[in-house]
Design a protein around this ligand. Structure first.
Ligand SMILES: [Zn+2]
Length: 452
């Protein structure tokens, strides 16, 4: 049998299917359009909460939050008795403690928070004797120890053999410019493009995760329909890979390709601090909110049942649905109505009003989020147009945001070239890539559906 092609996974943070399709149809994104001409396109569903650390951990492990255990951008670590903040905003990082947050985002998320029950794509690929690479993706855990390349930083990290992380870790000297010069101007993706060009020129990997983060940043500021300049820069970063192979045809001849995003974005016009809904019992609960999802943790002295904490949010216009576990069931509450559900065989057993969770793959995503031991007892998905202010009161009102169960936050573009399976959820990327290489998927991965 012929050797499978090598594979490049391109993740464009926050790119909606609509923005992707417009760029491809109008050819304003020529590199993506050229790949789309040669591949298969559909949409796929993200996880809940649809926030980058949760989504990238799912993309890199093939598991939901119940498997990888990263619950949100900001959460309460019960064992460590402290708040974890991966970077909701610069203000939130300062509020949570600058050094601590940066350490959490760069090291602790991979070394401690990411469950050892989850296998990363890099671990799976390299255990099979292949070489994996990662550029800038925040879920990077691998088996090779890398020393930092920035002066003054000494703590090592464990990544794949080819490991590049915002100029902080560089497994090879590529001559790429410093990543963190001008975020709004696209310097992080310019760094990724420079490293990617170097790696493709040398054909230096079997699997490469190529993560472009600048689009999400621009879309938060300008809104999901207006980040045109950022999309053009994303396309240029993709073009630098294909050009390094000698052109698109040469690129897809050498590599299978997956292009996707981690979550969508929707417009937000109003932000609220959700903890205000609990002012009268503020010593009983801890609320962690950011973007369009929040979690409520019951403190030890809490006398309210989780159901009662949910009912207290009934009158909140920012809240669309509240979610919690009750025994073997999950409960979703919206406008005072409830839906109860539990897995049953290949499907779900439900009672109550099914329209409460009328969102893409909602029951499975909610179940997975609630089964994460690091999640709050109560999860909250925001109503359209609303956002929950973060620790520092920061938000994106007037721009774009994501995190909720609604389709706009949850659906992502999924383009594959030369791949046998077409993922319909971001958790199917790992099993599809491993199948391509002839490697067994991790035990928690969902079986792939194949077109007849
Ligand atoms: Zn974002």
């Amino acid at each position: 049998m012929a050797q499978p092609k090598k594979l490049v996974l391109i993740v464009i943070d926050g790119l909606t299917p609509a923005a992707f399709e417009r760029g491809v149809e109008a050819k304003t994104t020529p590199a993506l359009a050229a790949l789309a001409e040669r591949g298969r396109y559909g949409t796929a569903t993200s996880v809940f909460p649809s926030l980058t650390p949760v989504c990238l951990s799912s993309i890199a492990t093939g598991g939901g939050p119940d498997v990888h255990r990263i619950p949100h951008l900001v959460w309460w670590d019960r064992g460590g008795r402290r708040l974890v903040e991966y970077g909701s905003s610069f203000g939130a990082i300062k509020a949570a403690g600058m050094a601590r947050s940066i350490t959490d985002a760069i090291y602790t998320m991979n070394q401690k928070h990411l469950s050892t029950d989850a296998t990363t794509i890099y671990e799976a690929v390299e255990d099979a004797g292949l070489v994996a690479g990662a550029i800038n993706i925040t879920c990077y855990r691998g088996r090779t120890r890398h020393r930092p390349t920035l002066p003054g930083v000494t703590k090592p990290a464990f990544g794949p053999r080819r490991f590049f992380f915002y100029s902080l870790f560089e497994s090879d000297q590529t001559g790429a410019p410093l990543a963190v010069r001008n975020r709004a101007g696209g310097s992080i993706d310019a760094y990724a493009a420079s490293v990617g060009r170097w790696l493709v020129t040398r054909d230096g990997f079997d699997f490469l995760a190529y993560y472009l983060s600048d689009y999400d940043y621009a879309s938060h500021v300008h809104g999901p329909e207006s980040a045109h300049d950022a999309l053009a820069r994303v396309d240029a970063a993709v073009a630098s890979l294909t050009a390094a192979a000698g052109g698109v045809d040469e690129f897809v001849e050498r590599y299978a390709v997956v292009v996707c995003s981690d979550h969508g974005q929707t417009h937000v016009r109003k932000a609220v601090p959700l903890q205000d809904a609990y002012t009268r019992i503020s010593d009983e609960v801890l609320v962690t909110g950011s973007n369009r999802a929040a979690m409520v943790y019951r403190r030890e002295r809490c006398t309210h049942e989780t159901a009662a904490l949910a009912a207290l949010l009934d009158a909140e216009p920012s809240v669309e649905v509240t979610l919690w576990r009750e025994g073997d069931e999950a409960v979703a509450r919206r406008d005072g109505e409830e839906l109860r559900f539990a897995p049953s065989g290949d499907g779900w057993q439900t009672s109550g009003d099914a329209t409460i969770l009328d969102h893409p793959h909602a029951l499975a995503r909610v179940w997975s989020a609630l089964a994460n031991p690091n999640a709050g007892e109560l999860l909250v998905s925001a109503a359209p147009g609303f956002e929950f202010a973060d620790l520092a009161g920061r938000h994106h009102a007037g721009g774009g945001s994501h995190g909720s169960l609604v389709a706009g936050d949850s659906l992502v573009p999924m383009l594959t070239v030369g791949l046998e399976a077409q993922p319909t959820r971001i958790t199917e990327i790992v099993p599809a890539v491993l199948e391509h290489f002839g490697i067994a998927p991790p035990p928690y991965a969902r079986p792939l559906a194949h077109a007849a």
